[in-house]
Design a protein around this ligand. Structure first.
Ligand code: GTP
Ligand code: MG
Length: 201
C-alpha cells in the first residue's frame, strides 16, 4: 500500500476511547525497545512519525494510527520492562487483554521479537496467548541487520522452536534499518485487513 496520510487519532487506555469508524485494525506487540515504533515508521515511509526512543517503556497507551481512510495500526505499549511497577504491569495487562480479546475490528497482530536472541518467556507467553484466542499472528524477527545473513535461517529455527510456532501463522525477518521485509509485512497486513475470507464468512 502506498501511504501518504497517517494520523495519530487516539491514545487510548479504555474501550470508550477506541475509534468508532470501524476500519480494520492491525496491532503491533512486543517487548519494550524491540522496535515497534521503528517498524511503524518504515511501513508508513516516515522517519520519526511514531516516536522511537532509547528509553524503553515510553509508550503507555494504545496508540491508534489511521492509515489513509482504510485501516488503523495500533501500537501497543511494550511488555517486559523491568523497571515498571507491579501495579503498572497489572494495569498494562488489563488494558491489553481487553483490547485484544474484545476488539471486533482487530484483524491480526504483528508480534515482534529480537532476531538476535531466543524469545523471552514474555514473548512465548504473548504468542501462546494470542494463539489461544485464535488471533492471526505475524512473527516479525526484527533488527536482522545486527546479525550476519548466514545466521538468519538458524535464528528463524531457534525462534520458532522456542515459541512453539504454528504453521498457520507467518514469519518474516525484518530490519528497520535496511527495510528488509517491508513488502512482506504489507502483504500480510493487506491480506488480513482486507482479505474477504474471515472465518469463512
Ligand atoms: N539496528 C537496528 N536498530 C533498531 C531496529 N529497530 C529498532 N531499532 C532501535 O531500537 C531502539 C528501540 O526502538 P523503538 O522502535 O523505539 O522500540 P519500541 O518497541 O517502539 O519501544 P517502546 O515504545 O518503548 O515499547 C531504538 O534505538 C531504535 O533505533 C532495527 O531494525 N535495526
Ligand atoms: Mg514505541
Amino acid at each position: 500500500m502506498e501511504v501518504n496520510n497517517v494520523e495519530l487519532v487516539m491514545s487510548a487506555v479504555s474501550p470508550t476511547q477506541y475509534p468508532t469508524t470501524g476500519y480494520p485494525e492491525i496491532a503491533f506487540v512486543g517487548r519494550s525497545n524491540v522496535g515497534k515504533s521503528s517498524m511503524t515508521n518504515v511501513l508508513i515511509n516516515r522517519k520519526s512519525y511514531a516516536r522511537t526512543s532509547s528509553q524503553p517503556g515510553k509508550t503507555q497507551t494504545l496508540n491508534f494510527y489511521q492509515v489513509e481512510d482504510q485501516l488503523y495500526f495500533v501500537d501497543v505499549p511494550g511488555y517486559g520492562y523491568a523497571k515498571v511497577s507491579k501495579q503498572e504491569r497489572e494495569k498494562w495487562g488489563e488494558m491489553i487483554e481487553t483490547y485484544l480479546t474484545q476488539r471486533e475490528t482487530l484483524r491480526g497482530v504483528v508480534s515482534l521479537v529480537d532476531a538476535r536472541h531466543e524469545p523471552t518467556q514474555d514473548d512465548v507467553q504473548m504468542y501462546q496467548w494470542l494463539s489461544y484466542y485464535d488471533i492471526p499472528i505475524l512473527i516479525l524477527a526484527t533488527k536482522a541487520d545486527k546479525i550476519v545473513r548466514g545466521k538468519w535461517n538458524k535464528q528463524e529455527s531457534i525462534i520458532k522452536k522456542k515459541l512453539g510456532f504454528n504453521k498457520k501463522d507467518s514469519f518474516v525477518m525484518f530490519s528497520a534499518q535496511t527495510k528488509m521485509g517491508k513488502d512482506e509485512i504489507w502483504k500480510w497486513i493487506e491480506d488480513h485487513a482486507f482479505g474477504g475470507d474471515q472465518d469463512g464468512i
